[in-house]
Design a protein. Structure first.
Length: 255
């Protein structure tokens, strides 16, 4: 400012240059802050990407589909919604309510409620990712702190000693994750199945999709198209689903 005064600049001119200097300085500070935040964000995204890749590789070895963090958040919301509606819920009711909702929804709309992989086990279809998360809740299994399944496990609490295999939500479901149509499918499945006995649910879930997997190899992955077929989808609609999946895979570079 002294330099400007010595050069004979008037008060208005000095005031103008002072404001400009302050503005430039502030912009530089904001810019530096923004770049720092972007760098931190990029590092966090990189860490999340590493977790997803490691998790996906582990699940691929087990013959399961890949689920990214957003898919796991969706599965968490669906699980918490069922638990909120049903209260303390055992393995079989939780798994079968989810399966019947998925079957009806996929057959009707051609969309999955979750991207979990159903496996044909003795008592019927089991959502494998959710099952793995519940193993963490009950300490039947262990996982490192970076395992994305903790996103689900930390949101669920198990029952007391005499209700060891019952589960309750430890937080509210994120309703923004669920569409109106998905809520309708879940509510319908809950209404139809929550009061059935575990044995009745198990028998009911032994449908053509379960048999197509179980009769070939026990504890094997159930074909999603067979689930749609078991839900009443026509042959033409199932063919449409297959073509859509092929197109999606091609667009993603996996075709």
């Amino acid at each position: 400012m002294e330099v400007l005064a010595r050069e004979g600049r008037g008060p208005q001119k000095i005031k103008f240059w002072f404001k400009k200097l302050v503005t430039v300085t502030c912009l530089r500070l904001v810019g530096d802050r923004f770049l720092k935040l972007q760098r931190i964000k990029s590092e966090e995204n990189l860490e999340d990407s590493k977790k997803i890749l490691i998790f996906a590789a582990e699940k691929k070895e087990e013959g399961k589909l890949m689920m990214v963090i957003s898919d796991i958040e969706k599965l968490k919301a669906v699980t918490l919604y069922i638990l909120k509606k049903c209260g303390a819920t055992d393995y079989i009711h939780l798994f079968k309510i989810l399966y019947f909702a998925e079957k009806a929804h996929y057959a009707e709309y051609g969309k999955h409620i979750t991207k979990d992989t159903f496996v044909a086990m003795e008592h019927g279809p089991v959502p494998s990712f959710l099952y793995d998360a519940l193993k963490l809740v009950t300490n039947q299994d262990k996982a490192n702190d970076n395992n994305p399944l903790w996103i689900i496990a930390n949101a669920i609490k198990r029952g007391s000693a005499d209700l060891y295999y019952f589960f309750m939500g430890a937080e509210e479901p994120d309703m923004d994750e669920l569409s109106k149509a998905e809520i309708v499918s879940l509510d319908q499945s809950i209404a139809e199945n929550k009061d059935l006995s575990p044995w009745a649910l198990s028998e009911k879930s032994h449908d053509l999709a379960w048999h197509a997997a179980w009769d070939v190899m026990q504890n094997s992955t159930i074909d999603p198209y067979k689930i749609a077929e078991a839900g009443g989808a026509s042959e033409g609609f199932v063919d449409y689903l297959k073509e859509q999946d092929k197109m999606d895979a091609f667009l993603k570079g996996n075709g």
